[in-house]
Design a protein around this ligand. Structure first.
Ligand SMILES: C[S@@+](CC[C@H](N)C(=O)[O-])C[C@H]1O[C@@H](n2cnc3c(N)ncnc32)[C@H](O)[C@@H]1O
Length: 304
Protein backbone atom coordinates (compact mmCIF):
# COMPACT_ATOMS: atom_id res chain seq x y z
CA UNK A 1 0.00 0.00 0.00
CA UNK A 2 1.23 3.51 -0.64
CA UNK A 3 2.02 6.22 1.89
CA UNK A 4 -1.05 8.29 1.13
CA UNK A 5 -3.27 5.30 1.91
CA UNK A 6 -1.76 4.74 5.35
CA UNK A 7 -0.99 8.32 6.37
CA UNK A 8 -4.34 9.39 7.87
CA UNK A 9 -4.70 6.09 9.69
CA UNK A 10 -1.10 6.40 10.93
CA UNK A 11 -1.93 9.87 12.25
CA UNK A 12 -4.94 8.49 14.14
CA UNK A 13 -2.89 5.67 15.68
CA UNK A 14 -0.10 8.10 16.57
CA UNK A 15 -2.57 10.39 18.37
CA UNK A 16 -4.19 7.44 20.16
CA UNK A 17 -0.77 6.26 21.33
CA UNK A 18 -0.02 9.73 22.77
CA UNK A 19 -3.37 9.90 24.57
CA UNK A 20 -3.95 6.25 25.49
CA UNK A 21 -0.87 4.08 25.01
CA UNK A 22 -2.48 0.85 26.18
CA UNK A 23 -5.40 1.15 23.76
CA UNK A 24 -3.10 2.07 20.89
CA UNK A 25 -1.50 -1.39 21.15
CA UNK A 26 -4.83 -3.02 20.33
CA UNK A 27 -5.47 -0.65 17.43
CA UNK A 28 -1.97 -1.20 16.01
CA UNK A 29 -2.58 -4.96 16.18
CA UNK A 30 -5.93 -4.53 14.43
CA UNK A 31 -4.50 -2.43 11.60
CA UNK A 32 -1.75 -4.99 10.98
CA UNK A 33 -4.49 -7.47 9.94
CA UNK A 34 -6.02 -5.24 7.27
CA UNK A 35 -5.31 -5.44 3.55
CA UNK A 36 -4.82 -2.80 0.87
CA UNK A 37 -8.54 -2.66 0.06
CA UNK A 38 -9.22 -1.74 3.69
CA UNK A 39 -6.76 1.17 3.65
CA UNK A 40 -8.24 2.52 0.44
CA UNK A 41 -11.74 2.31 1.82
CA UNK A 42 -10.80 3.75 5.23
CA UNK A 43 -8.95 6.59 3.55
CA UNK A 44 -11.90 7.44 1.29
CA UNK A 45 -14.14 7.48 4.35
CA UNK A 46 -11.71 9.62 6.38
CA UNK A 47 -11.44 12.18 3.57
CA UNK A 48 -15.23 12.53 3.46
CA UNK A 49 -15.44 12.59 7.25
CA UNK A 50 -12.69 15.22 7.61
CA UNK A 51 -14.67 17.54 5.29
CA UNK A 52 -17.78 17.02 7.39
CA UNK A 53 -15.80 17.91 10.54
CA UNK A 54 -14.15 20.89 8.82
CA UNK A 55 -17.58 22.35 7.94
CA UNK A 56 -18.18 22.56 11.68
CA UNK A 57 -14.76 24.02 12.47
CA UNK A 58 -13.53 20.67 13.82
CA UNK A 59 -10.66 18.35 12.91
CA UNK A 60 -9.93 14.64 13.18
CA UNK A 61 -8.39 15.35 16.61
CA UNK A 62 -11.86 16.15 17.87
CA UNK A 63 -13.11 12.79 16.64
CA UNK A 64 -10.13 10.96 18.18
CA UNK A 65 -10.98 12.54 21.56
CA UNK A 66 -14.62 11.43 21.13
CA UNK A 67 -13.44 7.90 20.36
CA UNK A 68 -11.23 7.78 23.47
CA UNK A 69 -14.06 9.09 25.63
CA UNK A 70 -16.21 6.24 24.32
CA UNK A 71 -13.38 3.77 25.11
CA UNK A 72 -13.22 5.13 28.70
CA UNK A 73 -17.00 4.48 29.03
CA UNK A 74 -16.63 0.96 27.62
CA UNK A 75 -13.76 0.22 30.05
CA UNK A 76 -15.83 1.39 33.02
CA UNK A 77 -18.88 -0.60 31.90
CA UNK A 78 -16.69 -3.69 31.31
CA UNK A 79 -15.39 -3.61 34.88
CA UNK A 80 -18.97 -3.41 36.19
CA UNK A 81 -20.03 -6.24 33.87
CA UNK A 82 -17.22 -8.55 34.96
CA UNK A 83 -18.07 -7.88 38.62
CA UNK A 84 -21.85 -8.31 38.38
CA UNK A 85 -22.51 -10.26 35.16
CA UNK A 86 -25.08 -7.57 34.24
CA UNK A 87 -25.27 -4.36 32.24
CA UNK A 88 -25.49 -1.21 34.42
CA UNK A 89 -28.59 0.19 32.66
CA UNK A 90 -31.84 -1.57 33.41
CA UNK A 91 -34.56 0.49 31.78
CA UNK A 92 -35.25 2.37 28.57
CA UNK A 93 -36.21 5.54 30.51
CA UNK A 94 -32.85 5.51 32.26
CA UNK A 95 -30.91 5.22 28.96
CA UNK A 96 -33.14 7.74 27.21
CA UNK A 97 -32.32 10.33 29.85
CA UNK A 98 -28.67 9.35 30.31
CA UNK A 99 -27.75 8.97 26.62
CA UNK A 100 -30.24 9.64 23.77
CA UNK A 101 -31.52 12.87 25.33
CA UNK A 102 -28.09 14.03 26.41
CA UNK A 103 -26.51 15.90 23.46
CA UNK A 104 -22.98 16.06 24.91
CA UNK A 105 -22.91 12.28 25.49
CA UNK A 106 -24.50 11.48 22.10
CA UNK A 107 -22.03 13.78 20.33
CA UNK A 108 -18.90 11.99 21.54
CA UNK A 109 -20.58 8.58 21.49
CA UNK A 110 -21.68 8.76 17.82
CA UNK A 111 -18.38 10.23 16.57
CA UNK A 112 -16.52 7.57 18.58
CA UNK A 113 -18.73 4.78 17.26
CA UNK A 114 -18.20 6.06 13.73
CA UNK A 115 -14.40 5.84 14.02
CA UNK A 116 -14.70 2.36 15.55
CA UNK A 117 -16.22 1.09 12.28
CA UNK A 118 -12.71 1.40 10.82
CA UNK A 119 -10.57 0.83 13.92
CA UNK A 120 -12.13 -2.41 15.21
CA UNK A 121 -11.70 -5.48 13.03
CA UNK A 122 -15.08 -6.94 13.97
CA UNK A 123 -16.90 -3.68 13.22
CA UNK A 124 -15.15 -3.43 9.87
CA UNK A 125 -16.00 -7.05 9.02
CA UNK A 126 -19.64 -6.33 9.84
CA UNK A 127 -19.54 -3.30 7.53
CA UNK A 128 -18.21 -5.51 4.72
CA UNK A 129 -20.93 -8.10 5.41
CA UNK A 130 -23.60 -5.35 5.28
CA UNK A 131 -22.23 -4.14 1.93
CA UNK A 132 -22.37 -7.69 0.57
CA UNK A 133 -25.99 -8.13 1.69
CA UNK A 134 -27.08 -4.78 0.22
CA UNK A 135 -25.32 -5.60 -3.07
CA UNK A 136 -27.15 -8.95 -3.22
CA UNK A 137 -30.55 -7.35 -2.58
CA UNK A 138 -30.21 -3.92 -4.22
CA UNK A 139 -32.24 -4.81 -7.33
CA UNK A 140 -35.35 -5.48 -5.19
CA UNK A 141 -35.07 -2.53 -2.82
CA UNK A 142 -37.43 0.36 -3.54
CA UNK A 143 -38.53 1.35 -0.07
CA UNK A 144 -35.70 1.32 2.49
CA UNK A 145 -35.90 2.01 6.23
CA UNK A 146 -33.11 2.29 8.76
CA UNK A 147 -33.98 2.22 12.46
CA UNK A 148 -31.49 3.76 14.91
CA UNK A 149 -29.07 4.91 12.22
CA UNK A 150 -26.91 6.73 14.79
CA UNK A 151 -23.91 8.22 12.95
CA UNK A 152 -25.47 7.48 9.53
CA UNK A 153 -22.64 5.44 8.00
CA UNK A 154 -24.82 2.42 7.16
CA UNK A 155 -27.59 4.28 5.33
CA UNK A 156 -24.99 6.31 3.46
CA UNK A 157 -23.33 3.04 2.32
CA UNK A 158 -26.75 1.66 1.30
CA UNK A 159 -27.51 4.78 -0.76
CA UNK A 160 -24.13 4.43 -2.46
CA UNK A 161 -25.03 0.89 -3.58
CA UNK A 162 -28.80 1.08 -4.24
CA UNK A 163 -28.75 4.59 -5.75
CA UNK A 164 -31.47 7.15 -6.33
CA UNK A 165 -34.21 4.72 -7.40
CA UNK A 166 -35.26 3.95 -3.80
CA UNK A 167 -37.08 5.90 -1.11
CA UNK A 168 -35.03 6.19 2.10
CA UNK A 169 -36.48 6.72 5.58
CA UNK A 170 -34.41 7.05 8.73
CA UNK A 171 -35.95 6.75 12.19
CA UNK A 172 -34.01 7.62 15.33
CA UNK A 173 -35.08 8.52 18.85
CA UNK A 174 -32.15 10.88 19.32
CA UNK A 175 -32.06 14.40 17.84
CA UNK A 176 -28.26 14.36 18.16
CA UNK A 177 -28.00 11.15 16.08
CA UNK A 178 -30.20 12.57 13.33
CA UNK A 179 -28.13 15.76 13.20
CA UNK A 180 -24.87 13.81 12.82
CA UNK A 181 -26.44 11.42 10.29
CA UNK A 182 -27.76 14.32 8.18
CA UNK A 183 -24.21 15.62 7.79
CA UNK A 184 -22.88 12.14 7.01
CA UNK A 185 -25.50 11.46 4.32
CA UNK A 186 -25.10 13.70 1.33
CA UNK A 187 -28.45 12.82 -0.24
CA UNK A 188 -31.56 14.95 -0.05
CA UNK A 189 -33.81 11.94 -0.75
CA UNK A 190 -33.64 10.74 2.87
CA UNK A 191 -36.64 11.43 5.11
CA UNK A 192 -35.59 11.88 8.74
CA UNK A 193 -38.00 10.92 11.49
CA UNK A 194 -37.30 11.85 15.10
CA UNK A 195 -39.31 9.22 16.95
CA UNK A 196 -39.19 6.05 18.99
CA UNK A 197 -39.62 3.22 16.46
CA UNK A 198 -42.44 1.81 18.62
CA UNK A 199 -44.37 5.01 17.84
CA UNK A 200 -43.69 4.94 14.10
CA UNK A 201 -46.75 4.09 11.94
CA UNK A 202 -45.97 4.74 8.24
CA UNK A 203 -48.55 4.21 5.48
CA UNK A 204 -46.28 2.01 3.33
CA UNK A 205 -44.41 -1.21 4.10
CA UNK A 206 -40.66 -1.52 3.53
CA UNK A 207 -38.92 -4.08 1.34
CA UNK A 208 -35.66 -3.70 3.29
CA UNK A 209 -35.12 -2.62 6.90
CA UNK A 210 -31.72 -2.17 8.54
CA UNK A 211 -31.39 -2.03 12.31
CA UNK A 212 -27.79 -2.08 13.52
CA UNK A 213 -27.03 -2.32 17.23
CA UNK A 214 -30.45 -1.35 18.58
CA UNK A 215 -31.92 -4.70 19.73
CA UNK A 216 -29.79 -4.69 22.89
CA UNK A 217 -31.02 -1.15 23.67
CA UNK A 218 -34.55 -2.18 24.59
CA UNK A 219 -36.08 -4.00 27.54
CA UNK A 220 -37.99 -6.45 25.35
CA UNK A 221 -36.24 -7.37 22.06
CA UNK A 222 -39.09 -9.68 20.95
CA UNK A 223 -41.58 -6.79 20.95
CA UNK A 224 -39.10 -4.63 18.97
CA UNK A 225 -38.70 -7.37 16.34
CA UNK A 226 -42.49 -7.84 16.26
CA UNK A 227 -42.85 -4.10 15.62
CA UNK A 228 -40.40 -4.38 12.67
CA UNK A 229 -42.44 -7.37 11.43
CA UNK A 230 -45.42 -5.00 11.03
CA UNK A 231 -43.30 -2.52 9.04
CA UNK A 232 -41.87 -5.09 6.61
CA UNK A 233 -43.57 -6.16 3.34
CA UNK A 234 -44.45 -9.86 2.94
CA UNK A 235 -41.28 -10.67 0.97
CA UNK A 236 -39.18 -8.00 2.60
CA UNK A 237 -35.87 -8.51 4.41
CA UNK A 238 -34.76 -7.29 7.80
CA UNK A 239 -31.02 -6.87 8.45
CA UNK A 240 -30.04 -6.71 12.12
CA UNK A 241 -26.87 -6.62 14.15
CA UNK A 242 -26.63 -7.01 17.90
CA UNK A 243 -23.77 -7.97 20.23
CA UNK A 244 -23.46 -10.52 23.01
CA UNK A 245 -21.68 -9.68 26.29
CA UNK A 246 -21.05 -6.08 25.27
CA UNK A 247 -21.27 -3.67 28.21
CA UNK A 248 -21.96 -0.06 27.10
CA UNK A 249 -23.69 2.99 28.57
CA UNK A 250 -26.89 2.35 26.58
CA UNK A 251 -27.13 -1.45 26.54
CA UNK A 252 -30.01 -2.94 28.51
CA UNK A 253 -30.79 -6.43 27.24
CA UNK A 254 -28.01 -8.96 27.72
CA UNK A 255 -27.66 -11.65 25.04
CA UNK A 256 -25.21 -14.20 26.39
CA UNK A 257 -24.66 -16.09 23.13
CA UNK A 258 -25.86 -16.39 19.52
CA UNK A 259 -28.60 -18.86 20.50
CA UNK A 260 -30.18 -16.25 22.81
CA UNK A 261 -30.43 -13.97 19.74
CA UNK A 262 -31.76 -16.71 17.44
CA UNK A 263 -34.45 -17.52 20.04
CA UNK A 264 -35.89 -13.97 20.07
CA UNK A 265 -35.72 -13.83 16.24
CA UNK A 266 -37.83 -17.01 15.93
CA UNK A 267 -40.20 -15.94 18.70
CA UNK A 268 -40.91 -12.68 16.83
CA UNK A 269 -41.96 -14.60 13.69
CA UNK A 270 -38.81 -14.48 11.54
CA UNK A 271 -36.66 -17.04 9.74
CA UNK A 272 -32.91 -16.55 9.44
CA UNK A 273 -31.92 -16.44 5.76
CA UNK A 274 -28.26 -15.72 6.41
CA UNK A 275 -26.06 -14.88 9.38
CA UNK A 276 -22.53 -13.88 10.30
CA UNK A 277 -20.97 -13.94 13.78
CA UNK A 278 -17.62 -12.47 14.76
CA UNK A 279 -15.87 -12.09 18.12
CA UNK A 280 -14.31 -8.79 19.10
CA UNK A 281 -11.04 -10.53 19.99
CA UNK A 282 -9.01 -12.87 17.84
CA UNK A 283 -8.98 -16.06 19.96
CA UNK A 284 -10.31 -19.64 19.88
CA UNK A 285 -14.12 -19.82 20.24
CA UNK A 286 -14.00 -21.93 23.45
CA UNK A 287 -11.79 -19.33 25.12
CA UNK A 288 -13.93 -16.43 23.86
CA UNK A 289 -17.08 -18.11 25.26
CA UNK A 290 -15.39 -18.89 28.57
CA UNK A 291 -14.19 -15.32 29.11
CA UNK A 292 -17.44 -13.72 27.85
CA UNK A 293 -15.70 -11.97 24.98
CA UNK A 294 -18.20 -9.88 23.07
CA UNK A 295 -19.45 -11.25 19.75
CA UNK A 296 -21.27 -9.33 17.04
CA UNK A 297 -24.21 -11.10 15.41
CA UNK A 298 -25.50 -10.01 11.98
CA UNK A 299 -28.54 -11.65 10.42
CA UNK A 300 -30.76 -11.33 7.36
CA UNK A 301 -34.31 -12.19 8.41
CA UNK A 302 -37.47 -12.98 6.46
CA UNK A 303 -41.07 -13.38 7.62
CA UNK A 304 -42.11 -16.94 8.55
C1 LIG B 1 -25.54 2.23 19.12
S1 LIG B 1 -26.33 3.29 18.02
C2 LIG B 1 -26.26 2.33 16.51
C3 LIG B 1 -25.74 3.13 15.34
C4 LIG B 1 -25.61 2.35 14.04
N1 LIG B 1 -26.87 1.79 13.64
C5 LIG B 1 -24.56 1.25 14.13
O1 LIG B 1 -24.89 0.07 13.91
O2 LIG B 1 -23.38 1.56 14.39
C6 LIG B 1 -28.03 3.10 18.48
C7 LIG B 1 -28.94 4.15 17.83
O3 LIG B 1 -30.29 3.71 18.00
C8 LIG B 1 -31.10 4.79 18.42
N2 LIG B 1 -32.24 4.19 19.16
C9 LIG B 1 -32.20 3.50 20.32
N3 LIG B 1 -33.44 3.10 20.69
C10 LIG B 1 -34.27 3.53 19.71
C11 LIG B 1 -35.69 3.44 19.52
N4 LIG B 1 -36.48 2.82 20.40
N5 LIG B 1 -36.23 3.99 18.40
C12 LIG B 1 -35.43 4.63 17.49
N6 LIG B 1 -34.09 4.77 17.64
C13 LIG B 1 -33.53 4.22 18.72
C14 LIG B 1 -30.14 5.64 19.27
O4 LIG B 1 -30.57 6.97 19.37
C15 LIG B 1 -28.84 5.52 18.48
O5 LIG B 1 -28.75 6.52 17.48
Amino acid sequence: MNQEQTSTMNYIVEQISIKNQLHSKKITKNLAKFDEAYFKRANDFLKRYATLLQNEGKTLDYSIDCYLQMIADVNYESVQFLQTGEYTSKSFDEVNQRVYNNPSVMEYYMHGLLLSQFLWTHHYDILLYFNKIINQNAAHINNYLEVGGGHGLYISEAIGIIGDKANYDLVDISKSSLEIAKKMISNDKVNYMLTDVFEYFPENKYDFITMGEVLEHVEDPVSLLKKLHTLLSENGKLYITTPTNAPAIDHIYLFKNADDIRKVIHEAGFNIENEFCIYSEDMPVEKAEKYKVSMMYAGVLTKK
